[in-house]
Write a new protein. Structure first.
Lengths: 110, 379
């Protein structure tokens, strides 16, 4: 579900390989992401360009993972959100909670 | 009613056998997925929603059926998918080994395909009945707690007409909650929340959230405080300290209705914008708040705004299930479409009951989540 794209000094760049991010895969996603955060102790940049639909269970898993990262003084940035998903994030103010970038190239240099 | 096809994953290294079985299953109301090896099946299961049942050959090169079953059992996501072995072997020891691996049944390949299909249908029916019984038990237990996350009827509030509609996803109570709290003859609070998640696991947490919201409102009123933003901030602070809710987030729309002045005050936490239909110019405006989800950060940045409802204006407050659409290209969330869909009903001056029947309830097959909507109409 999650694959590692690249790792640099401060950030682990990940791909989320899901078309539909929902209740069925939310728990596994959260467990996998938290394992990656624990294992690498780095900021996360999660590429979500494959995701076409995200439900509230998955949003909950994403937000709970962010809370966990912040407790370790780390951060999660989201990359490549499709327009409808970006719109949804803006509507419910999750764009104020996650840093959102168009692509990995737009991440701040470490 | 929308009839769902039963989904079966057929795993066999013989292409001829897969085709033959597939055709017969498809003619008998199944949607078939095929894999010519255990490795291919595992790859498929990793990328797709789970099938209702797996029918797998025993004798396959590289990973045989028994090893495939073991790999599934080791995977939390896949271990509960009903599994049936299919084999040409009639080795009793092999059958016992398979059944020890929690395979539900064993089918010998010589069995006529129609008999195999009846067997699979029987298994799926038994599983479904068991699931229904368990659900009934949980529903009974929930009823005995006498906790309602959705009220039975709309309140009567002076100067306003309140209506609401709620539909639980898959008919199982979920994370949406609604409450109407009357303080006195002048002030009423309207509450709409959505605990992130679905079904029972989310429903359970609506207890916690709703209890905090009710307490915060009561304490605020006791202190003569009627600020919805300040109430949201208090609820958020308590939730951030509650260890039981530390991984659980909820959106919330909180409104205060003043029957004396006709004023509505609103604050939101990670909720969707409200839609305000103005009768004078027949326009819909979005009312956005700044607050973030409850339980996320100690400072939730909650603001408060006054909404001036003129006679015949309508205000809609709703959860994200209302803007989910299921189309041919899959599911998507689409706020703009919801706004476009509801507008003609406003312009035509339709009553809430009519909009409910014609729009909200019109297509249950497209439901992807709990759906809740409250309408506030200014008399």
């Amino acid at each position: 579900m999650i694959s590692i794209h690249k790792e640099n000094n401060s950030t682990l760049l990940l791909h989320l390989n899901l078309k539909e991010a929902n209740l069925e895969n939310a728990d596994e996603f959260k467990a996998d992401l938290i394992t990656l955060i624990d294992g690498h102790k780095k900021n996360i940049a999660l590429d979500m360009h494959q995701v076409e639909y995200i439900d509230s269970s998955f949003l909950g898993a994403l937000v709970a993972s962010l809370k966990y990262a912040i407790s370790l003084k780390l951060d999660i940035a989201l990359v490549g959100l499709r327009k409808d998903i970006k719109d949804l994030f803006e509507l419910i103010r999750l764009d104020k909670v996650f840093k959102i970038h168009a692509s990995f190239d737009d991440l701040p240099a470490n | 009613m929308n009839i769902k096809l039963k989904k079966i994953l057929l795993v066999d290294d013989s292409e001829f056998f897969l085709k033959m079985m597939g055709r017969t299953f498809e003619n008998n109301g199944f949607e078939c997925w095929f894999a010519s090896s255990a490795a291919e099946a595992l790859l498929f299961l990793d990328k797709n929603p789970p099938p209702d049942i797996i029918l797998s050959d025993y004798e396959m090169p590289e990973i045989n059926g028994i090893e495939f079953r073991r790999l599934l059992i080791d995977n939390n996501k896949l271990k509960d998918i009903p599994f049936v072995f299919l084999t040409s072997a009639t080795d009793n020891e092999l059958m016992i080994e398979g059944l020890d691996l929690q395979a539900i049944d064993y089918v010998v390949k010589d069995t006529p395909v129609k008999v195999v299909i009846s067997k699979i249908n029987n298994i799926l029916n038994t599983i479904d009945k068991q699931r229904q019984l368990t659900e009934q038990e949980i529903k009974k237990a929930a009823q005995s707690l006498n906790f309602k996350s959705i009220p039975v009827q709309s309140p009567n509030i002076n100067g306003f007409k309140i209506d609401f509609w709620h539909r639980a996803f898959d008919d199982v109570p979920g994370g949406d909650f609604i409450d109407f709290i009357q303080v006195n003859s002048r002030f009423n609070f309207v509450v709409l929340g959505d605990v992130m998640g679905k079904k029972w696991s989310a429903w359970f947490f609506t207890f916690g959230f709703l209890s905090y919201v009710r307490s915060a409102i009561r304490f605020a009123v006791l202190n003569g405080e009627y600020s919805v933003a300040s109430i949201l901030q208090k609820v958020n602070s308590v939730i951030c300290f509650d260890n039981m809710l530390k991984d659980i987030m909820s959106s919330l729309s909180l409104l205060l209705l003043d029957s004396e002045t006709g004023q509505v005050t609103y604050a939101g936490a990670g909720d969707l914008p409200l839609l305000h239909y103005q009768a004078t110019n027949q326009q819909i405006t979005r009312i956005k708040s700044t607050g973030i989800l409850l339980g996320l950060f100690e400072s939730g940045n909650y603001n408060e705004q006054k909404i001036s409802l003129q006679p015949h204006d309508k205000l809609f407050i709703f959860t994200d299930g209302m803007i989910d659409y299921v189309g041919e290209g899959g599911k998507k969330s689409d706020f703009d479409s919801f706004e476009t869909d509801i507008k003609p009903y406003m312009e035509a001056g339709e009553e809430f009951e009519a909009i409910k029947t014609k729009l909200f309830m019109a297509n249950p097959a497209s439901q992807a989540d709990d759906q809740s909507i409250i309408s506030i109409y200014k008399n």
